[in-house]
Design a protein around this ligand. Sequence first.
Ligand code: SAH
Length: 241
Amino acid sequence: MSKRFFVAEPVTGDSALLSGAEAEHVVKVLRGKVGDLVTLFDGDGAEFPARITAVGRSSVALAVLARQEVSRELKTQITLGVALPKGDRQRWLVEKAVELGVAQLVPLVTERGVAEPNEAALGRLRRYAIEAAKQCGRNRLLQIGSPQTFGEFARGANLAALRLLAHPDSTAVPVAGLAWAGPAADVWCAVGPEGGFTEEELAAADGWRRVSLGPRILRVETAAVALAAWFSLCDAIRPGP
Ligand code: SAH
């Protein structure tokens, strides 16, 4: 699984070119040489054994040896709407979401939110998603959606999906207690900011089930990862589609 590199352009022919951060990784970190074997992926589901044919200052050319459809995805489609925490905790959140097989992460714009999901922040999240996919062997990238309010997120959700709002109160049911069966379900989860969702935001949660993650107050990223971990691990015993 090591020496995996992400190619931004879809790999279609028998050659590929790495540039930017990926080329730098090959040249400066791994000291890649002509003839070295690596694995490429373009985020679209397949991986490609490849051999380095030329190493430039800021680009690396490769011969693509084969196309292999290797899925390390969940059957369950997990969409996580999260009010982003600050700084490094965003990186942790994205990394763990990728490792656990989350399909899509949507930054939620909430009244009590602390981090603004601007273009620069979204760019960083996408880069973290690539780094994590390289490391954990996923051939599909975690999709980072456009920032939305909880209302917009809720309206855009698949109504047939299991829709869960993480909320630490006594009316919430324990997530592990949800009866949940059937083939390859779609799960949408919403996690609020450190200050919690406001009453107005909660009012937009029509059709969403409030779930508890226990009697302790978790950090935003812990709550998001706990939910993703639950569905990720349950996926192994789900019937296929
Ligand atoms: N003071 C806030 C706590 C926010 S914690 C409040 O009372 O709402 C940040 C977010 O993490 C919450 O909005 C919720 O989505 C999630 N969360 C944290 N701990 C949780 C728990 N024990 N059960 C369910 N959700 C939790």
